[in-house]
Ligand binder design. Structure first.
Ligand code: ZN
Length: 319
């Protein structure tokens, strides 16, 4: 039977300085810092998660802060642009807010939609688009109120090393539907109401290189553990090399690289981010999986101190 993902579960990228990363995504973009944990494969570095008030699938961007690491190159084999959905009528608010924080923006149109594009503090390409789909994000912080808050991912723009192959993976494996083609882009849609519009750029974006300011992988949603195991078999039967199931504490994960060289993950919706700390206090404490709990004191000493804090615009009052 053909399988279909609901859409993006999360997107994971490489950041530079950890506090700068939090100041940007929590302080400026107003996302909730839903989890402070470590990279399970490299416990001396952080793994941060930002999302809507509940850290729901389709809203979560995650970062490995690698301070002092090389800047990457955005190009083929990556998510080129990460798209966030904002409520209808919120574009002017965001354009003004980003400018007041000293962030340059550019407007562009694809498939009849207006996009406000900019880079994060470490060079990651982001864009905002007004969408009616997706429920309101109730999280309010540092001047971002829920009527204008980022709802979650609108989707992503994929830069592929072999767009024909990537198209095949999106439709024949992930079950997305091709809905439109325009200029350099093909548009695909999945069944969810957030993180559901994927644009594939069919022209080359040059050679990509992983590093600070680039996306590491894009993860797609599986309903539960049983569905996840079905996905693993399904992807393997389609001829991809897929990893064993990895317990990421907040979801289970499998990974495979599609033949346009983009690293895909499939992640379970459950258990989510409120299973090891309460909804009210999510993100405040350093959370460790049980295998690293004995090293808590040592890790807390060696990891840089970070906090969610209000950040001030650089250009107060400028319109
Ligand atoms: Zn992931």
């Amino acid at each position: 039977m053909k399988k279909q993902t609901a859409g993006i579960h999360h997107i994971t990228a490489i950041a530079g300085d950890a506090q700068e990363n939090i100041d940007f995504y929590a302080g400026i973009l107003g996302l909730r810092f839903v989890k402070k944990t470590i990279n399970f494969d490299d416990p001396n570095t952080y793994h941060f998660y930002f999302g809507n008030e509940g850290g729901e699938p389709g809203t979560i961007i995650t970062f490995f802060p690698w301070p002092g690491a090389y800047r990457g190159v955005i190009g083929n084999g990556q998510v080129g642009v990460t798209t966030y959905a904002i409520p209808e009528g919120a574009m002017d608010f965001w354009e003004d807010r980003l400018h007041r924080f000293g962030i340059d923006t550019k407007k562009t149109t694809r498939f009849g939609e207006l996009y406000l594009q900019f880079e994060d503090v470490h060079g990651l390409k982001l864009e905002l688009v007004e969408r009616t789909e997706g429920k309101q994000n109730e999280w309010e912080f540092n001047g971002v109120t829920k009527d204008v808050a980022i709802k979650g991912f609108g989707g992503a723009v994929l830069y592929s090393g072999a767009p024909g192959n990537t198209q095949e993976t999106l439709t024949d494996v992930m079950g997305l539907e091709k809905v439109a083609e325009e200029g350099e882009y093909i548009r695909f849609r999945s069944t969810g109401d957030i993180g559901n519009i994927i644009d594939l750029k069919i022209t080359s974006s040059g050679r990509g290189m992983m590093g600070v300011g680039t996306v590491h992988h894009i993860a797609w949603r599986a309903k539960d553990d049983a569905d996840h195991l079905d996905w693993q078999t399904y992807v393997r039967n389609k001829g991809y090399h897929v990893t064993p199931v990895q317990d990421r504490n907040y979801f289970n994960a499998i990974y495979f690289r599609e033949y346009g060289n983009i690293l895909f993950e499939i992640a379970t919706d459950p258990p989510g981010f409120a299973h090891d700390e309460s909804f009210e206090t999510m993100g405040e404490k350093l959370m460790l999986p049980s295998q690293y709990e004995p090293y808590r004191a040592q890790l807390e000493r060696s990891l840089p101190k970070v906090e969610v804090r209000s950040v001030m615009p650089k250009k107060e009052g400028l319109k």
